[in-house]
Design a protein around this ligand. Sequence first.
Ligand SMILES: C[S@@+](CC[C@H](N)C(=O)[O-])C[C@H]1O[C@@H](n2cnc3c(N)ncnc32)[C@H](O)[C@@H]1O
Length: 354
Amino acid sequence: MPIEFDFGESLYEGRVGFRLRTALKRVAMNTSAHCDLSVIVNEFLHLPVLQKEVIEALNVKPNGIYVDATYGRGGHAAEILSRLDKHGRVFALDRDPEAILAARRRFGNDPRFSATQLRFSMIGQFIESQRLTGQVNGILFDLGMSSVQLDDPERGFSFQHDGPLDMRMDPASGVSAAHWINSASDREIAKVLRDFGEERYAKRIAQAIINERQREPIDTTLRLAGIVARAVPTREPGKHPATRTFLAIRLFVNAELEELQAALPQTLGLLALGGRLVVISFHSLEDRIVKRFMREQARGEALPARLPVRSEELKPRLKLVGKPVRASEAEVQRNVRARSAILRVAERVGGECA
Ligand SMILES: C[S@@+](CC[C@H](N)C(=O)[O-])C[C@H]1O[C@@H](n2cnc3c(N)ncnc32)[C@H](O)[C@@H]1O
């Protein structure tokens, strides 16, 4: 039975139209050896953020070694691979088993590519196991979750679709959001909402959660979103009232900030001289960690202020490259996820690692 598509003319226009036409062509012609409709549609729906800027920032060399620490659906990895010759390598990591499955389906036959399910806080051990410590030309972190994770109700990240309240990027490790929210104390919940969501109504929301879960456990995304919406007395323009709560719980359940804090210092020992560290953050807590790390490493040793030392004696390990980059208006129009993205880039320079 032939598949018929009727999306109307406008969808076929512009960049989105081009991607749609290409995807449909691949489905129609079944040209790929691993032509699986769900893989193609997912790849199509996921638009990589700041793609051109990331590739420029990585300064990709054809025979270079690159680590995509957050593969997602491979938007950036694909672009890096397309610039490599047969000696280049891309090591893709992701803690989400579905991302790794998609990576292997898409690039499994490419000898320059490998995909490993791993938290990026293990990046040092991983690169060491490949005997590539100090030889990596570029490491990319595109933080947070992918649109594929967000849009799948079964993963429990979204307050727009109903689904089990899970929110784990790796559903086989740690505790789900539901487990935590049904067992944590009101003080603990309020602290997480305040610290990770900067939620000013944290206490009210925590109390509402405690009251509601006594009636019945809170197991679904829409139930939690409804409880939060009723507890929050005011509205931020253009924002669902549960936005901050969902962000906070996601960051907490996945220990996202701890992951980042653990991974960044390891990259210093992994990068070759001139190698690039490229990070895209999506909110201020992440960006603050990245900004501080890069600045401190670019400043070098912290010595007492009045000691007479030359700048090379401070042994900086990184050099900042350019200014932080934000997505253009045009990109935000195409991909609303790009609105809060901020890209920072640093280059490995001389100083030794501790
Ligand atoms: C924004 S998406 C990356 C999108 C990707 N650059 C692309 O173009 O398709 C972030 C990905 O990082 C993964 N991730 C988040 N934190 C991680 C961590 N600590 N370790 C490994 N992967 C992580 C998520 O599972 C998700 O797939």
